[in-house]
Write a protein that binds this ligand. Structure first.
Ligand code: DX5
Ligand code: ZN
Length: 226
């Protein structure tokens, strides 16, 4: 059987911030490979969350790569700060990125992986001509702004379309799904071509704890646990 390289990225937004170091360590021990950090400005999204200081704190807690999801207007103003704080990848939203080519090359010039995020209302065809400038396409599978929402089912077809555009262009860009990802929704996204799976509630709000949450996602995707 071909082993797919699926990556599970806990979104620490739903973690217990008072015990963040322990929460991160538990994910690492359970075999997650990246962390996903959600930054919200209260303008692009109707919620405020986290800043570069938080990224810095996570950087001290783990050597694993940190994936920073900027849900903010004027993202180009903050790229250096998040890079200095320890980001490994930065995704910006297409909807609030008028100079998108420039912004993506700024991210790569900082030595980071670049991602373009699209909200549910944005068609992937709109970003077709910039696919070669990114390492990952973040397909939002809920409206950005809050953890704990239900997966939007039509996202599966959007992931499939994204995969076909990437394959047609001969690229090996990753497809990340974010929002409402759990052991029921992840396999359908994987089947449609996603390989990066972000989960907050399914991991940090799992009734049996963080390790059980990670394990449930791993087994739904056929990923070996540690
Ligand atoms: C939502 C964020 C997500 C969120 C996911 O705007 O981008 O990363 O934390 O939370 P769950 O997994 O609970 O839907
Ligand atoms: Zn996110």
């Amino acid at each position: 059987m071909m082993v797919k390289n699926y990556v599970i990225m806990p979104s620490v937004l739903s973690a217990d911030f008072l015990n963040l170091g322990d929460a991160i360590a538990e994910c690492v021990a359970a075999g997650t490979d990246w962390f996903h950090l959600d930054i919200m400005d209260g303008h692009f999204v109707p919620n405020i969350a986290l800043g570069s200081g938080f990224v810095k704190a996570c950087r001290r807690a783990t050597d694993l790569p940190l994936d920073v999801h900027l849900m903010i207007e004027n993202p180009e103003r903050y790229l250096e700060a998040f890079s200095a704080a320890g980001a490994s990848a930065i995704s910006v939203h297409y909807e609030v990125c008028p100079q998108v080519r420039n912004t993506l090359s700024m991210i790569r010039d900082l030595g980071l992986n670049a991602g373009i995020a699209i909200s549910p209302g944005t068609a992937v065809d709109e970003i077709q001509d910039i696919l070669d400038l990114v390492d990952l396409v973040l397909v939002m599978t809920v409206q950005p702004g809050f953890a704990g929402q239900s997966f939007i089912e039509s996202s599966v077809e959007k992931v499939r379309r994204t995969r076909s555009l990437i394959d047609a262009a001969g690229l090996n860009t990753h497809i990340q799904v974010d929002g409402g990802i759990n052991s029921k929704t992840a396999p359908a996204c994987a089947d449609a071509g996603a390989d990066y799976f972000v989960a907050a509630s399914a991991i940090f709000q799992h009734s049996k704890g963080i390790t059980a949450g990670v394990r449930e996602l791993q087994s739904s995707l056929g990923v070996e646990s540690r």
